[in-house]
Design a binder for this molecule. Structure first.
Ligand code: CTP
Ligand code: MG
Length: 235
């Protein structure tokens, strides 16, 4: 595959408000290592990924002790106020350090259950695309549109709805320009595809798995543990 031209970027500078408590979810304990270490490991072990850069909160204070020993070669940058700003900071670093970088692969620190087959599929289809690709899954539930009193306005046809996940793979130049434009206009896209869409691009939806969950609340940790144990039995 595309040796060294794909560089991974992991936004990990969030403050885990919905997770609650005093532990940041990216450092929560999951099968013997922090959540983030599973996410890093999934990317680092892929042959197409040339480097991994992680955006950390300015006052992080945990990474060097809990994560660095297992991953001595990853790079870190200071993240920003929003996920989009954290990604922007990472892209500036990657552009400066790796001028030959063509593609950037962005993956949430809080998604520890990414399988190697999903990552493979995204890279194969994304690298052959024009404006990038994301992992996503078709929505299974019946969708209801709510009115402002919390009642059902109507049922929405779910045929065309997909739930976006990460990783998301984009050519680094267009992503940098489009994310900069989105931030400058005052919007803070919650994923990279949104910034590309705002500029008129149509990234591809690549079939992912419902097991590629994002840790949001504490209850997600038990589910992630179960998923990772099942994956290790199969691999
Ligand atoms: N993130 C980041 N910089 C921010 C906000 C989020 O790098 N300013 C990262 C998080 O660390 C996480 C990913 O973006 O890995 C996805 O964000 P989310 O799940 O929303 O994490 P948090 O923002 O930390 O959680 P919450 O919204 O509950 O506060
Ligand atoms: Mg958030």
């Amino acid at each position: 595959m595309n040796g060294g031209k794909v560089h991974a970027l992991i936004p990990a500078a969030g403050s885990s408000v919905r997770f609650g408590g005093t532990t940041l979810k990216q450092y929560a304990h999951l099968l013997g290592m922090p959540v983030m270490s599973h996410s890093i490991s999934a990317l680092l072990h892929h042959e197409a990924v040339g480097s991994v850069t992680i955006a950390l909160a300015e006052d992080d204070g945990i990474f060097e002790e809990l994560v660095r020993p297992r991953f001595p070669d990853v790079f870190t940058v200071v993240g920003g106020e929003s996920r989009a700003q954290s990604v922007m900071n990472g892209i500036h670093f990657i552009s400066a350090e790796f001028p030959d970088c063509e593609w950037v692969l962005v993956h949430d620190a809080a998604r520890p259950c990414l399988s190697s087959s999903d990552l493979d599929r995204l890279l194969v289809q994304g690298l052959a695309s024009e404006s990038g690709a994301i992992l996503a899954v078709p929505v299974n539930d019946t969708l209801k549109l709510a009115d402002d009193e919390g009642r059902i306005e109507r049922t929405v046809d779910r045929t065309w709805f997909w739930a976006a996940q990460t990783p998301q793979l984009f050519p680094i130049g267009p992503l940098r320009v489009n994310l900069e434009a989105a931030l400058a206009s005052g919007s803070s896209p919650t994923d990279e595809a949104s910034a590309m869409e705002q500029a008129g691009a149509h990234p591809m939806l690549v079939m992912g798995s419902s097991t590629n969950i994002k840790i949001t609340g504490t209850e997600d940790l038990a589910l992630a543990e179960f998923i990772l144990q099942r994956q290790s039995v199969r691999e």
